[in-house]
Design a protein around this ligand. Structure first.
Ligand code: ADP
Ligand code: MG
Length: 290
């Protein structure tokens, strides 16, 4: 049996190169306050992989995406080991457009900080009098550079984005940035409205796009998971203050009270239950382990 070694190990995911396609494996690792915790959250990787699968399917009429299969039978034998089953996605291998396509429907995080300084987020003027975590009248596209390893992503305006993309794809900056903006807003609208109807606010999220060999723009990476988005419970949503995180609140509260500790069993099981709950609310299906 051919063995595979990941060509990239991210904080949470591992990527394998199959030549003309990729395998993206979501582990059970969890980050909080920008650190990877020592305790994994059992099932997290599988639940998030299946959440991405749901969204890719839900939006395939908006834009084509890179998903080929999450069935390990469609992957080399090596990936049929239990440790990969359920948590792996075979995808197209794309040439990535180096922009993080961030969309915000609510004002929080760095957006809220920028707004307090000058009433703007990424150069976009917002109405006066917004409070923390307010819903925006309309979702906004606030891209950032996808910086090389070791450098920070930078928030950029549309104009800066065009110049940035032109560096990698000469002459294509305007066409690509406008397409990414329109796709990002359309994807967010469809998915955030749907999630809201199921009791989950998607306050903001990030999409990544790449090009296939014909030059078509394809949605890539993971999609609308609590790891690349802010999910808030709709129940109890109160603008004017920070909101609880849908999935990580137990972990954050615990670590605030016990900095540096490893997580006790009940915090882990309550967190697993939140991931399962989000999956079930969004997909309408019980989470069944593979
Ligand atoms: N279909 C794809 N083809 C090529 N690269 C992809 C594809 N989908 C996602 N990627 C890239 O794979 C990487 C996933 O790595 P990740 O663990 O998220 O770390 P980071 O975001 O820090 O680079 C990202 O660089 C992302 O742009
Ligand atoms: Mg990433």
């Amino acid at each position: 049996m051919k063995e595979y070694v990941p060509f990239k190990s991210g904080k949470v995911r591992e990527l394998y190169d199959l030549g003309d396609s990729l395998i993206i494996v979501s582990t059970d690792r969890i980050s909080a306050f920008d650190n990877i915790l020592e305790n994994p959250i059992p099932k997290k990787g599988e639940i998030l992989n299946k959440m991405s699968e749901f969204w890719f399917d839900f939006t395939k009429d908006v834009v084509p995406n890179h998903m080929i299969s999450i069935d390990t039978k469609d992957m080399p034998e090596y990936f049929q080991k239990p440790e990969f089953v359920g948590r792996s996605m075979k995808t197209m291998k794309l040439t990535m457009i180096p922009v993080e396509c961030i969309v915000r429907g609510y004002i929080t995080g760095s957006g809220w900080e920028g707004y307090q300084e000058n009433g703007k987020v990424c150069g976009i003027e917002l109405p006066k009098g917004l409070v923390e975590c307010d819903r925006l009248p309309e979702a906004i596209f606030t891209p950032s550079t996808k910086a090389p390893v070791g450098e920070h992503d930078l928030n950029i305006s549309m104009e800066e984005g065009i110049e940035w993309v032109n560096r990698t794809f000469p002459g294509k900056g305007k066409e690509y940035m406008e397409a990414l903006r329109d796709l990002t807003l359309a994807l967010y609208k469809k998915c955030a409205d749907y999630a809201f109807s199921k009791g989950i606010i998607i306050a903001d999220t990030k999409f990544e796009f790449g090009l296939d060999e014909k030059g078509n723009i394809i949605l890539a990476d993971e999609m609308l998971t609590p790891d690349n988005s802010r999910f808030w419970p709709l129940k109890g949503y109160t603008p004017g203050q920070g909101q609880p995180s849908y999935d990580k609140q137990f972990v954050r509260d615990y670590l605030k009270a016990h900095p540096g500790d490893s997580l006790p069993e009940d915090i882990i099981s309550k967190t697993v239950a939140k991931y399962e709950e989000a999956y079930e609310l969004l997909t309408g299906k019980k989470f069944l382990e593979s």
